[in-house]
Design a protein around this ligand. Structure first.
Ligand code: GDD
Length: 438
């Protein structure tokens, strides 16, 4: 009798795409993105995209994950190699757009690769969000409602809602009635978390219709991304370049039309959710992922003790003096050295950095190979729980609430650095506050 290979017997019917963007995006992640592409920046001991990937591995019928972006091919090579070893059941590939094609343009460009093997459903995740990714619950809603699409939503305060895609839904049926990307005025505080589940038979025709519509009605040329909040409208035929432009955005070009169908639903998460946009936003993301790992009793975390206030992640190659006190919400990278009596709280300390004895680091990111001198203080200001912003107003000036030292910075002995962003290779020899040090 003919033996059918296991893979073919259990036809994978869901594929996942993680939208990783490219080097022209994530500029607000500077100075950290000067040295590492944002999706690979480590929070809670793992690259940001590893957290997305891990969530996808929990969906039983996913066998293939496609990273779509416009970074150079080499950027994700090592990550994919390591992740493929960790998750041998998965095929993980990177597909590179020749230019930024937008959140729907990339999907459409690679539709043949995505549709290979005839998946019935497509999970799409923005790489720059931090959440508990309740994909199982989204799948359940999708099945129950026989949906064309399910979007993950969360409630935010009324004054920040317009920075996101806003969803008006029927609270009883969970049907999406109306979707507007970053509206000018308030329509709802239920916002788009950047996580979707689509029926493949609907999403690609929907993108195709959006492409056709371009020739018949005015469209957005420059879209309201949070990286670019201005928009300009150009009437059809007005601009030849626009005609050729292949940039298509799920949010502006597709989702509002899906809301006209009766089969677009929202799953509202009550769990944590944050965007990872500014460099400072890596600190709350780090805290949330560490807290999640702590609740799950992850063996990766350092056990609590008199000097370890959980949750704390310490890379096995780091050296921490037993009299240093760490936590909560601290990640210590490879080969970091922490001296006697040092105090580190709500912070990320990156590879090869050194915090000398009796120094204090709070609400900060210490860049790769940076040095914080003895008795120095590097500190930011705590971000209020539930806030989606990482800037605060101090003495009438908008400053970053998190202090960030770029790569190979030095802070002198007893020097105090408060609410500063410091570009790579700078030496800080005097006290500084509320400054960008270039
Ligand atoms: N492959 C690819 N190609 N990815 C892209 C492109 C592109 O041309 N443009 C953006 N992305 C990726 C980004 O890297 C990010 O992961 C995601 O798509 C969304 O990025 P933005 O386009 O900057 O959108 P946003 O973050 O301002 O808003 C989106 O996310 C919010 C949630 O975080 C929207 O979906 C909002 O509605 C949503 O609230």
């Amino acid at each position: 009798m003919l033996q059918v290979p296991v893979r073919e017997q259990s036809q994978a019917s869901t594929k996942a795409v993680i939208l990783v963007g490219g080097p022209s995006r994530g500029t607000r992640f500077r100075p950290l993105s000067l040295d590492v592409p944002k999706p690979l920046f480590e929070v809670a001991g793992h690259p940001i995209i590893h957290h997305c990937l891990k969530a996808v591995t929990k969906v039983p019928d996913v066998r293939e994950v496609i990273l779509v972006g416009y970074y150079d091919e080499s950027v994700f090579r090592d990550f994919i190699k390591d992740a493929s070893k960790e998750y041998p059941q998965l095929r993980i590939v990177y597909l590179r757009e020749y230019t930024a094609l937008g959140t729907a343009g990339g999907l459409y460009h690679f539709r043949d690769a995505i549709l290979k093997g005839k998946p019935e459903r497509l999970l799409v995740l923005n790489a720059d969000v931090c959440c508990s990714f309740p994909l199982g619950e989204m799948m359940k809603l999708f099945e129950e409602k026989d949906a064309e699409a399910v979007i993950l939503g969360t409630r935010v305060s009324n004054d920040t809602a317009t920075n996101f895609g806003c969803i008006v839904s029927d609270s009883h049926t969970k049907r999406v009635l109306h979707y507007v990307e970053k509206p000018e005025s308030h329509i709802s505080n239920l916002i788009n978390c950047g996580v979707y589940l689509f029926a493949t038979e609907c999403i690609f025709p929907a993108i195709r219709s959006a492409i056709k519509r371009r020739t018949t009605r005015p469209r957005l040329l420059s879209y309201p991304s949070s990286d670019n909040l201005e928009s300009s409208f150009i009437a059809a035929g007005d601009d030849e370049d626009a005609e050729k432009s292949e940039v298509l955005r799920l949010e502006q070009d597709i989702l509002s039309d899906l809301a006209d169908s009766n089969r677009f639903f929202v799953h509202e998460t009550k769990d944590f959710w944050r965007q990872i946009k500014t460099a400072g936003s890596a600190v709350p993301a780090n805290a949330l992922y560490l807290q999640k790992a702590f609740q799950a009793e992850s063996s990766e975390l350092t056990p609590p003790s008199a000097t370890i206030v959980p949750p704390v992640y310490i890379h096995p190659t780091a050296s921490v003096d037993p009299t240093a006190k760490l936590g909560p919400n601290v990640s210590i990278g490879p080969r970091v050295v922490i001296g006697a009596g040092a105090r580190v709280k709500d912070s990320i300390v990156l590879e090869d950095a050194e915090i000398r004895h009796d120094a204090c680091v709070m609400h900060s990111i210490i860049g790769w190979s940076s040095r914080v001198g003895a008795w120095a203080r590097v500190e930011g200001t705590p971000i209020p729980i539930g806030s989606h912003s990482t800037s605060i107003v101090k003495q009438g000036i908008k400053v970053q609430s998190i202090t960030i030292l770029g790569k190979e910075c030095g802070v002198g002995e007893e020097v105090r650095v408060q609410n500063c962003v410091c570009l790579p290779y700078k030496e800080l020899k005097r006290d500084v506050a509320n400054e960008v040090i270039m």
